[in-house]
Design a protein around this ligand. Structure first.
Ligand code: 9UX
Length: 70
């Protein structure tokens, strides 16, 4: 497992953080997810054999947020 940090714009309450958390956890290979909506960041643990950073970024984008790997 490895960790990636994401910079996420557009999270304005804890519900947004829950949404981001959910879409990331739905991805096979994702382990621990920590989302901080006030700082606009997320740390995602994932298995590089099962998924990749692009898939994580796409999932968050599809949930309606602007995101980039940080
Ligand atoms: Mo809070 Mo976020 O009411 O999509 S859930 S702004």
């Amino acid at each position: 497992m490895q960790n990636i940090h994401l910079k996420i714009d557009g999270m304005t309450c804890g519900g947004c953080a829950n949404s981001v958390n959910r879409v990331l956890r739905e991805i096979n290979g994702v382990g621990d997810v920590q989302v901080d909506w006030q700082n606009g960041t997320a740390t995602v643990q994932f298995d590089a054999a099962q998924t990749d950073v692009a898939a994580l970024v796409d999932a968050v984008e599809n949930a309606g947020f602007n995101v980039q790997a940080a």
